[in-house]
Write a protein that binds this ligand. Structure first.
Ligand code: DP6
Length: 347
């Protein structure tokens, strides 16, 4: 009788997952998030502003095992079973969502795929935790608006709070879990800006952003950078509103360099640049000053350089990047939409 009961149980394995998996775009910050005021809640030191990227994304399927088959969460990223700190970070986020749903029993099977190299300064954690948040919350039955999803995504990865929204997005620093959330400034259709990523290296970075944020406060330049950001935010919003790259470009270069100055002067010092990073920076300034090519750079926590330009100049930029010996490959994207559900599951 018991055995038959077990069999029936097996035949009736219940699964709870989304009918379709979510896909979230990565994002490139114009005003950076660097340094945390509250590391547990991921409350940043300053507001940040970014563009969500349409061509660089993560797709994630989450299946909650309501039948109790799994004894632990199972996480697969880009075809490989995740272990160690990478898996622990995902499990920690699943724990938060289990807690919010008021049910800590269910384990989850998570399969996630990036269409770009992970941990190469192309902000894989942003799209990863945005997609994971939407998939896991929806599948467990939490019906939440984007603002609430943004707050939850933030706990997994700060920049993920921005990737819940498409287009041009601002993450308000806020003071607590409810107020530190992102909002859309303008939809993707507002401005077809191009992000051309000059890839210098796809190697995994030595110090993750997560560990780097904790060091920002040790730099003597940190307070000056945060002050400067607050005078720049309105200028950046205005430049995006008016679609004026000549106004936006110098601001984003200034904040990228200020953030890297903070990184370089923290204790211990973080030096994400490679010789190829400088080759691209010098070339871009030369092309702009000598030939009038309107292209501006920004750099995340890695050696790769994001170049922003209007669509009309993309071809010429790509041609010139091919002449630089340290540029291994180029990835391009325009602005993308909100984190959304798509038609194909990953398993
Ligand atoms: C340099 O969001 O990756 O890309 O919250 O630890 O996941 P965690 O950090 P993360 O930091 C992003 C840092 C940055 C700047 C930015 O995207 O704003």
């Amino acid at each position: 009788m018991g055995r038959a009961g077990e069999r029936i149980g097996l035949c009736n394995v219940q699964r709870r997952r989304l009918s379709r998996p979510p896909r979230a775009g990565s994002n490139i910050a114009f005003i950076k998030y660097w340094g945390v005021a509250d590391p547990r809640l991921n409350i940043p030191l300053n507001n940040s502003i970014s563009m969500t990227l349409g061509a660089l994304h993560t797709t994630t399927t989450v299946e909650w095992d309501v039948a109790g088959r799994l004894s632990a969460d199972e996480i697969t990223i880009d075809g490989e079973r995740a272990a160690g700190p990478k898996a622990e970070r995902v499990i920690c986020h699943l724990d938060l969502i289990r807690h919010l749903a008021g049910d800590r029993r269910f384990r989850a099977c998570v399969v996630s795929r990036n269409n770009f190299p992970m941990a190469s300064g192309i902000a894989s954690s942003a799209s990863a935790f945005a997609a994971l948040t939407v998939a896991a919350c929806t599948a467990i039955g939490l019906s939440l608006d984007r603002t609430r999803l943004s707050a939850i995504a933030r706990r997994g990865s700060g920049s993920a709070s921005r990737s819940i929204f498409g287009g041009y997005v601002e993450w308000e620093r806020g003071n607590d879990d409810a107020t530190s959330v992102a909002r859309q400034l303008f939809p993707a259709e507002h401005w077809a800006l191009r992000d051309v990523v000059a890839v210098i290296s796809t190697a995994e970075k030595a110090v993750s952003s997560q560990n780097g944020h904790a060091l920002a406060l040790t730099s003597p330049f940190n307070a000056a950078r945060v002050d400067a950001v607050y005078t720049m935010l309105q200028e950046v919003r205005n430049a995006i509103a008016l679609r004026e790259l000549e106004r936006l470009g110098p601001l984003i270069e200034q904040d990228a360099l200020a953030m890297h100055a903070v990184m370089m002067t923290s204790r211990p010092s973080l030096l994400y640049w490679q010789p190829g990073t400088l080759e691209v920076l010098h070339a871009v300034r030369r092309w702009r000053e000598e030939d009038g090519l309107p292209v501006y750079f920004t750099i995340d926590a890695g050696p790769n350089v994001h170049l922003l330009c209007e669509p009309a100049f993309e071809r010429e930029l790509l041609r010139r990047l091919q002449t630089l010996s340290s540029v291994r490959t180029v990835i391009t994207s325009g602005p993308g939409g909100d984190a959304e559900v798509i038609d194909q599951h990953l398993f």
